[in-house]
Ligand binder design. Structure first.
Ligand code: PLP
Length: 386
């Protein structure tokens, strides 16, 4: 049905999702099958075995490719499964340039698993283009970046990094989980591979764990498709269906996340007890102008540092009523995370302090509840914090 020129939400609702020819069902059927009857030996309708291909997953992959204007997309059992399969394209002795505040699980995969297989990496501050250039080696195959980063929401110049990457004949992977395809289009900025934890904004309802990769060129797509089947970290058809449903409302959800996060950031900024507010939408954020250029909005994550270290953070977080104390992000419900103890505890304290992940830091995943209710909750929690 819809062409790639159609608007974002039109594609999210229609691409790969024509009414079912058998029944007219307007939603894609969930094909709960492992195998497919063949008319004759080797004569089938494009589906042989569900690790290789499944119609519900195919529909999802089609719409995911369209939303990032990619040549193709592949779905995986989790964001980490997508990352592992991408990294399996490399070989022993290959080198990766990695953002120094990359998602903890990505660092752990390289540092504690793939290093044993001879993959090398160098950590760099992605906002320092000279450092990225200096880290490129003759054996550098990938540059791996996030923007905005987690939890400090640094904004990385993806267009400039893509040029440096391609000068070094490497490929740029962008983990676009925090922005989503609605707020940021890395392939249009020069990236070669976009990777997602679809568990977060793409799914959007905190009800599934899934990952995806979107590819810009045929050769990389073919290689990753081969590895998707060879490694087998594929999602179930039920989860593919849940993600298809989540994607239909991605644009309106992201607009509301963005609106609420701006309101939360402005509300907290300068309040007594609040040491600093980090949000790319605030003009005081060092990446504000760059974010305006490369993103459609600033996203739903607000990081705030309160007075009183761990004690202060815990008084504030205990008092929150609407914001649930939980890891993860990107769902319709607001969540509060304490990076130093919860999501980033595997980073040693000295490294956390050096990076600016202090004990008073709280990461808010601002949901799509009524704005005034969120502000009222934060207001009463700040009073309790004292
Ligand atoms: C959660 C997350 C991942 C890992 O995805 P899972 O679905 O949890 O495996 C990767 N990158 C970022 C930025 C994330 O937030």
């Amino acid at each position: 049905m819809s062409k790639n020129s159609d608007g974002f939400s039109t594609r999210a609702i229609h691409v790969g999702q024509d009414p079912d020819p058998l029944t007219g069902s307007v939603t894609v059927p969930i094909y709960l099958t492992s195998t497919y009857a063949q008319a004759d030996i080797g004569k089938h309708q494009g589906f042989e075995y569900s690790r290789t291909d499944n119609p519900t997953r195919s529909a999802l992959q089609e719409v995911l490719a369209s939303l990032d204007s990619g040549l193709g997309a592949l779905a995986f059992a989790s964001g980490m499964a997508a990352e592992m399969t991408i990294l399996a394209l490399l070989a022993s002795g290959d080198h990766i340039v990695l953002s120094d505040d990359v998602y903890g699980g990505t660092f752990r995969l390289l540092d504690q698993v793939l290093a044993r297989f001879g993959l090398e990496y160098t950590l760099v501050d992605g906002t320092d283009l000279n450092a990225v250039r200096a880290a490129m080696n003759p054996n550098t195959r990938l540059v791996w970046m996030e923007s905005p980063t987690n939890p400090l929401l640094k904004i990385v110049d993806l267009d400039a990094i893509a040029r440096i990457t391609h000068d070094g004949r490497a490929k740029l992977v962008v983990d676009n989980t925090f922005a989503s395809s609605y707020l940021q289009q890395p392939l249009a900025l020069g990236a070669d591979i976009v990777v997602y934890s679809a568990t977060k904004y793409l799914g959007g309802h905190s009800d599934l764990v899934m990952g995806a990769a979107v590819l810009a060129d045929q050769e990389t797509y073919d290689a990753l498709k081969f590895h998707q089947n060879a490694i087998g970290a594929v999602p179930s058809p039920v989860d593919c269906w849940l993600l298809l449903r989540g994607l239909k409302t991605l644009a309106i959800r992201m607009d509301k996340h963005d609106e609420n996060a701006r309101a939360v950031a402005e509300f907290l900024d300068g309040k007594p007890g609040v040491r600093r507010v980090i949000y790319p939408g605030l003009p005081s954020h060092p990446g504000h102008e760059l974010a305006k250029r490369q993103m459609r909005g600033f996203g739903g994550i607000v990081t705030v540092e309160v007075d009183g270290g761990i004690e202060g953070a815990s008084r504030f977080m205990r008092a929150l009523e609407l914001f649930a104390l939980a890891e993860s992000l990107g769902g319709v419900e607001s969540l509060a995370d304490h990076p130093a103890i919860m999501t980033h505890s595997s980073v040693p304290k000295e490294a956390r302090d050096a990076a600016g992940i202090s004990d008073g830091l709280i990461r808010l995943s601002v949901g799509i509840e009524e704005t005034v209710d969120l502000l009222a909750d934060l207001d009463q929690a700040l009073k309790a914090h004292g």
